[in-house]
Design a protein around this ligand. Structure first.
Ligand code: H79
Length: 479
């Protein structure tokens, strides 16, 4: 196609769609303004220690597997006809008000004989994931590792008797993946001294044997269970990351006990912000020495570049733990890729959860969805792994942008192919050398007029989940 035809095409199509476009852009920008900023004062700065730890592997990894696996996996969101109306199956003990003594019986039948760490890791690796975070103890208090602190663990309290944390950590490292553990350090439904964070069940529902005047002693819980179990994890396992959650009543002093413990044994181990901040709380500068990166809210996708490195804990389905009872839905592959792309282009990592089944096999629908992402990653992973975020001031209306580390390659993630077929770039002061589809290497027609760059994409591509265009620049883009 010669230049005149390209120009005519561009002019006519853009006039037709200019108004519509402008409206959409304004709506999107307003939405962006309303979301994340309030939690992150712009002068927050990653500590040099955290920066160094994050640079070791985490910032390049971008994509990881989150796994919620435990006693609750066997109940699939319902117990004796109760609890299935609640969103998260890992919350079944609270949502069905199961006393701890009764939950023990469920634990005593937990026998995930199909568990095969090597097979799990193959699925994660094939999805393009670079790290894995497994629940080593969720709020129910049950440890998925051999613990001498409490025999309420998978080796001592179940017929399975195998250490899942150990087997998975070894399989991850054998296959070149980093390994992390989730550890709920404040809540513990097995231990009445730990705070309960919900309005569905009381401590007396879970522990009917307690005297009515029972007073919880949280520091006793920390001293006797959660801190020594964290010590076991960092001492006995090869752990690259520890993922704390729901820090109810976590003062700076209490949280520091945990970060000091991690530092003592594993100075390179990353720590997430939920050691002290819940997913939605405002980040305090004074707390920055306690953690390395910020876990934003569960299933939240960042909308704007933030002064600290973040991770989005997302899920293939509505529940983190495996759930078949009551309402449950799975994301479409398009939704998940959109969420991953926006998270990475905003400057964060995407931790995508699956809930294995009670028998220890992975959820078949999670395997399918991970497989679809894996297929996409095989063609387009270059636009995700080891990239830098969108260098432009705002997110384009058609999708998002990442760059290579030098800043001289742009990856345009066209998540919604504009009806006009024209992709407008934000103002660019560098000259474009070439534009190609990343997956097929086919040339994309473009026109640069000063700072304005327009690309014409084919209508045939509008059903692609994320059409990635690789743009080579003559020099680095200004940030
Ligand atoms: O581990 C996953 C969740 O179980 C955990 N964080 C992620 C990573 C988490 N803990 N608390 N919360 C999330 C938020 C609280 C949700 C609840 Fe509910 C709303 C608890 C009580 C009301 C879900 C819905 C359970 C009962 C109703």
């Amino acid at each position: 196609m010669n230049k005149i035809i390209v120009n005519l095409l561009l002019i006519s199509i853009s006039i037709l769609h200019a108004q519509d476009h402008a409206k959409k852009e304004t709506a999107k920008e307003v939405k962006i303004e309303q979301t994340f900023e309030y939690r992150f004062a712009q002068d927050l700065k990653q500590t040099p220690d955290s920066e160094a730890r994050l640079n070791q592997w985490y910032k390049d990894a971008k994509f990881g597997a989150f796994i919620h696996f435990g006693v609750y996996s066997t109940l699939e969101g319902e117990y004796k006809g109760r609890g299935s109306e609640h969103r998260y199956s890992e919350w079944i003990q609270v949502s069905a008000k199961i006393p701890a003594s009764e939950y023990y019986e469920v634990a005593s039948r937990f026998n995930p004989s199909e568990f095969n760490a090597e097979e799990w890791v193959k699925v994660f690796k094939n999805a393009g994931m670079r790290y894995v975070v497994l629940t080593s103890k969720h709020h129910d208090g049950f440890a998925m590792f051999k613990s001498n602190v409490s025999n309420y663990n998978i080796v001592d309290a179940t017929p399975f008797k195998r250490d899942v944390v150990k087997e998975l950590s070894e399989a991850c490292h054998r296959n070149g993946l980093k390994f992390g553990v989730y550890y709920s350090h404040a809540q513990d439904w097995d231990n009445p001294n730990a705070p309960l964070l919900n309005n569905k069940a009381s401590i007396f529902d879970l522990h009917p044997e307690l005297p009515t005047n029972f007073k919880a002693d949280f520091d006793k819980y920390i001293k006797e269970k959660s801190l020594p179990q964290v010590e076991e994890l960092v001492k006995n396992y090869d752990i690259d990351l520890i993922w704390f959650d729901t820090p109810a009543q976590m003062t700076y002093e209490r949280a520091k006990l945990f970060s000091d413990m991690v530092q003592k044994y594993r100075p390179n181990c990353l720590i997430n912000s939920r050691i002290i901040h819940n997913g939605k709380s405002k980040i305090e500068a004074a707390n920055l020495p306690l953690f390395d990166y910020v876990s934003i809210g569960d299933k939240e996708v960042p909308t704007k570049k933030l002064p600290l490195y973040v991770e989005s804990p997302d899920c293939v389905s509505s529940s983190f733990g495996y759930k078949t009872k009551g309402n449950v839905y799975y994301h479409t592959e398009k939704e998940m890729i959109n969420r991953m792309v926006h998270t990475v282009c905003t400057g964060g990592n995407y931790l995508l959860n699956n809930g294995p089944m009670g028998n220890g096999a992975l959820d078949p629908e999670a395997i399918r969805l991970y497989g679809v992402i894996g297929d996409w990653m095989k063609m387009n992973g270059e636009s995700i792994i080891a990239t830098l975020p969108n260098p432009f001031a705002s997110r384009p209306v058609w999708g998002d942008v990442s760059t290579n580390k030098n800043g001289d390659v742009l990856y345009l993630h066209v998540l919604e192919v504009p009806k006009s077929g024209i992709v407008n770039l934000p103002d660019l002061s560098v000259e474009v050398e070439s534009a190609n589809y990343l997956a097929s290497d086919k040339t994309v027609i473009f026109k640069q007029d000063g700072k304005k760059v327009k690309l014409i994409v084919s209508k045939d591509d509008s059903n692609v989940v994320d059409l990635v265009i690789k743009i080579m620049l003559k020099g680095p883009v200004e940030k």
